[in-house]
Design a protein around this ligand. Structure first.
Ligand SMILES: [Fe+2]
Ligand SMILES: [Fe+2]
Length: 197
């Protein structure tokens, strides 16, 4: 499946700051994403993005929502139109005149697949959280205690075990950390702590 976008610019700079409301975002999510596990993944990544924007970047409410929106919608077209991932959601958000930074973050959440490099911190964090969030959630599901008492070393041990959650690209995770300038350990601890809820 070739998902290369073959584009370098996304959205219109004139739409900077434009967002969907939480209601509009939820409506799109419920209409496009039938698979509840995928919905949960998108909500988890959205929530991690918001918390990172708030706690680590010190951004205001409006910017926190822009970050959250990128996570919340990044896989919106994967359920029903996998061959159009993430072209379809990008075009939808462009037609709704959404902030180009949000669209670029979505377009660069898998550089190896879409051919778009993450540039901004928002881009890089979405790329970094995407695989790791799903991986840690998969790990929680196989543990009798779920997220309780989950430790960094347990996650790292599973990362080394290539048979566990084999579809999660370890290369993408380390590449994303490198690009974002964040240590893998810091990112894992952040996800464990914030994803518990
Ligand atoms: Fe994706
Ligand atoms: Fe994803």
């Amino acid at each position: 499946m070739n998902l290369q976008l073959n584009r370098t610019s996304f959205g219109d700079p004139a739409n900077s700051g434009n967002v969907l409301s939480p209601e509009e975002a939820n409506e799109l999510l419920n209409e496009w994403v039938i698979n509840s596990r995928l919905q949960l993944h998108m909500k988890q990544v959205g929530s991690l993005m918001r918390l990172w924007a708030k706690e680590k970047e010190g951004l205001n409410d409006a910017d926190q929502w822009r970050w959250e929106l990128s996570g919340l919608l990044h896989d919106a077209d994967w359920d029903q139109w996998p061959e159009l991932h993430c072209k379809k959601i990008i075009e939808e958000l462009e037609s709704r005149q959404v902030d180009p930074e949000i669209i670029h973050a979505i377009a660069s959440h898998g550089p190896a697949y879409f051919g778009v490099e993450p540039v901004t911190k928002m881009d890089k964090m979405l790329y970094a959280f995407d695989e790791l969030s799903g991986f840690i959630h998969a790990y929680s599901l196989m543990r009798p205690d779920g997220y309780d008492n989950m430790e960094l070393k347990g996650v790292k041990k599973r990362l080394k075990d290539k048979t566990f959650a084999a579809s999660v690209s370890r290369e993408d995770i380390s590449d994303a950390c490198q690009k974002a300038g964040i240590l893998l350990d810091e990112l894992i601890l952040f996800v464990i702590e914030r994803q518990k809820g």
